[in-house]
Ligand binder design. Structure first.
Ligand code: HEM
Length: 148
């Protein structure tokens, strides 16, 4: 039996999306985060540095140059998120902003958008560190599930 021919879409997700489209996505994403009632309270008012760090992280995460590591050190993302109370609702809100930002960035093809959203869903689930209703007044996350 002959194996079916696999037409590769070619290259890493980073190469398929490209740096300009990725930057456009990150800019749109944080514009939505800033207006989201669940997310805005835990983010700084000025999202410039946050967006720079996210762009650097996603570049490496998707197979491009490891910019985050080079500029900011090991990501240790779960540990870096522990000071923020990330409830399941905030995890869903983050992913909803990302889905919307992907829809609003037509330079990113449907297949790439789906793949990226699926990968980010897995990372987002790992960032949730606070049970619903325990978020208090923006207080520290409980260390209940700390694994790193
Ligand atoms: C689950 C929902 C998430 C929430 C509510 C959330 C929230 C936050 C907050 C409040 C910050 C700090 C912003 C600042 O002070 O600049 C942050 C930083 C960051 N987040 Fe998230 N995040 C989530 C998921 C993710 C995911 C899925 C990723 C990666 C794909 C990610 C990547 C980052 C990066 C790279 C930073 C900058 C870390 C640093 O300080 O160097 N986050 N996030």
């Amino acid at each position: 039996m002959t194996a079916p021919i696999q037409l590769s879409a070619g290259g890493s997700l980073y190469e398929r999306i490209g740096p300009e489209a990725l930057e456009a996505l990150v800019t749109r994403f944080y514009a939505l985060v800033a207006r989201d009632p669940d997310l805005a309270p835990i983010f700084p008012d000025d999202l410039t540095l946050t967006a720079e760090k996210q762009l650097a992280f996603l570049t490496g995460f998707l197979g491009g140059p490891p910019l985050y590591h080079q500029h900011f050190g090991p990501p240790r993302l779960r540990a870096r998120h522990l000071p923020h109370a990330i409830t399941p609702t905030r995890g869903q809100a983050w992913l909803a902003c990302m889905a919307r930002a992907l829809q609003d960035t037509p330079q990113i093809g449907e297949a790439e958008a789906r793949e990226l959203h699926a990968a980010l869903s897995r990372v987002a689930a790992h960032m949730v560190n606070t049970p619903e209703g325990k978020a208090g007044q923006g207080g520290k996350a409980g260390q209940l599930f700390s694994i790193d």
